[in-house]
Write a protein that binds this ligand. Structure first.
Ligand code: BES
Ligand code: MN
Ligand code: ZN
Length: 540
């Protein structure tokens, strides 16, 4: 049963964008376009256009000779069907710039892939050939994987609520309803990479990387859903569907059970909403044939999911409050990570934990000045009901450690406005108690383009948590807010747990400033990062 909204619409993720990849030996057969990535500092004569039919090849050379296309990073140049001799098998040429050869990195390639997919989507192309140009000398299989990843991320669109209007019949004039409430069907795009067709490792690389990118898009799809659709109960349904699809074990601690267990933080935040909170626990177990059980690690990933954050009684200003539907990006990333772990059949045990609430305003809402007792027994004075994320995470972290004893624990949360001010949309804030884990995550982020900057959790910041009436308060004076968040969470970890906290408030749905080819919607920050970490950089 797909998860259903009150209006009966199902929330179902389909591959978005729907792409098929294959690797072909040459530019044969009819294609809507051929896409050629080119450097800016490459002599035209050095560009290998082997396999490109004569007419398009002539067009490319004259474009380059005229200097109409320079090959700068992200630059594109399209030659439409009309420019190419009729009868040719390739109907369009699309050039995409990679910048200087020496500064080529995975992020530039992802960007090129994004551009190509956006172009293909806009023109509704069915088959696009990707020519290696003179890249073949580089590692073509890494290029192909990065390109595929970028195409999938860059081609993501969240259009499910835009109904199809029939041009000949624009609907009922009286209420201007569209004639069909069905979302517009999207076309499958086939990308054929011209490369060594028999290279199974390349095929494998592209397919694994595509699975990770699609999992990131699945996280984005959930994160983009509005607060009236993805309520806490709906997120639980979505997690159950994922668990069923992927064969994950799922446990849901509902509001009553959470109350009984003493999860005072989760319950306090959730009290003001008509949609009660839950704690979702997902478990991925590696295949039996994997490495020996003794070498398997248990990694836990905890994600904040506030389906909508009004601020509660310490209410937020109206401007931009709608963006607080994205306050569930951490939890959505956890779902994406669990999906990718299954697709890749990772060799470690992975625990995904999502405390989910709505922070609403109501007669039952928790108030400033309230004192709540948390799952680990500590008491917290509520100085600001808008600092709700740390309260739900605190219970989730304490419970996760007690139940699973993870070798490493990573939490991700759109936690503070302060981190947006400090690092903007480019770097996420990283905090924690373990230098190795922090270094490994930073290294993983370097590879995926999800950059992390570490902030200190020095003992002296502890002063900011002091409360006159309880053990600690949830929000202190204005200073060092992202660090206050980290210091607060640290209070709920048992000694000896390697832990990292990633404050993704600035990066999870940035405006255009950073990698703008995936900005303006949720971008799935954290999915590729944690998977990269799990693939390469586990605790020793
Ligand atoms: N969800 C917000 C943090 C946030 C702010 C995310 C802006 C994305 C963009 C969080 O719950 C919050 O409201 N934090 C407040 C706490 C403060 C009022 C004590 C903040 O950081 O401003
Ligand atoms: Mn808040
Ligand atoms: Zn919040």
């Amino acid at each position: 049963m797909p998860a259903q909204t009150q209006s009966g619409d199902a929330v179902v993720f389909h591959e978005n964008p729907p792409i098929r990849w294959s690797i072909v030996p040459a530019a044969t057969g009819r294609a809507d376009a051929i896409m050629i990535p080119l450097f800016s500092d490459q002599r035209a004569s050095a560009i290998d256009l082997g396999g490109v039919p004569t007419e398009p090849r002539r067009q490319i050379h004259s474009t380059l000779a005229l200097g109409d296309f320079k090959g700068k990073e992200g630059e594109t140049y399209a030659l439409g069907a009309g420019a190419i001799a009729s009868g040719d098998e390739i109907r369009r040429i699309f050039l995409v710039g990679l910048g200087k050869c020496e500064s080529l990195d995975a992020d530039v390639v992802r960007w090129a892939g994004a551009r190509a997919c956006q172009y293909a989507r806009k023109l509704e192309l069915s088959r696009v050939l990707i020519h290696p140009g003179s890249l073949a000398k580089l590692n073509w299989s890494d290029f192909a994987a990065d390109f595929a990843e970028g195409a999938i991320l860059g081609g993501f669109a969240f259009k499910d609520y835009q109904t199809k209007t029939d041009e000949n019949n624009p609907g009922d004039d009286r209420n201007n309803r569209p004639t069909s409430a069905q979302p517009k069907p999207v076309k499958i795009i086939r990308f054929d990479l011209i490369g060594p067709a028999e290279d199974p490792s390349m095929r494998e690389k592209v397919s694994r990387r595509s699975a990770i990118a699609q999992a990131a898009n699945y996280a984005r799809f959930i994160a983009c859903q509005p607060g009236n659709v993805v309520t806490p109960a709906m997120l639980v349904d979505l997690a159950r569907n994922l668990a069923r699809q992927c064969g994950l074990k799922i446990t849901v601690i509902d509001a009553r059970a959470a109350q009984r267990l003493g999860m005072g933080g989760l319950c306090a935040v959730g009290r003001g909403s008509a949609h009660p909170p839950s704690l979702i626990l997902l478990e991925y177990a590696p295949p039996k044939t994997g490495r020996s059980a003794s070498r398997q690690k248990t990694i836990a990933v905890v994600g904040k999911a506030v389906t909508f954050d009004t601020g509660g009684i310490s209410i937020k200003p109206a401007a931009d409050m709608g963006a607080m539907k994205y306050d569930k990006c951490g939890g959505a990333a956890v779902l994406g990570i669990m999906r990718a772990a299954t697709a890749l059949q990772l060799n470690h045990r992975l625990i995904g934990v999502i405390p989910v609430v709505e922070n609403a305003v109501d007669a039952e809402s928790y108030r400033p000045g309230d004192i709540v007792r948390m799952y680990n027994g500590k008491t917290v004075e509520i100085s600001n009901t808008d600092a709700e994320g740390r309260l739900i995470l605190a219970d989730a972290l304490a419970y996760t450690c007690e139940k699973y004893h993870p070798d490493a624990l990573i939490d991700m949360a759109t936690l503070t406005g302060g981190v947006v001010v400090a690092l903007g949309g480019v770097y996420a804030g990283l905090m924690g108690n373990d230098d190795q884990l922090a270094a490994d995550l930073i290294a993983a982020g370097q590879q995926t383009g999800e950059w992390l900057w570490r902030l200190p959790l020095h003992e002296r910041y502890k002063k900011l948590l002091e409360s006159p009436h309880a053990d600690i308060q949830n929000s202190g004076a204005r200073e060092a807010h992202p660090i206050q968040g980290g210091m607060f969470l640290r209070e709920f970890l048992p000694k000896g747990t390697a832990w990292a906290h990633v404050d993704i408030a600035g990066v999870a749905h940035p405006k255009k400033e950073h990698r703008y080819w995936i900005a303006d919607t949720a971008n799935g920050f954290g999915v590729r990062l944690v998977i990269q970490y799990l693939l390469g950089n586990l605790p020793k």
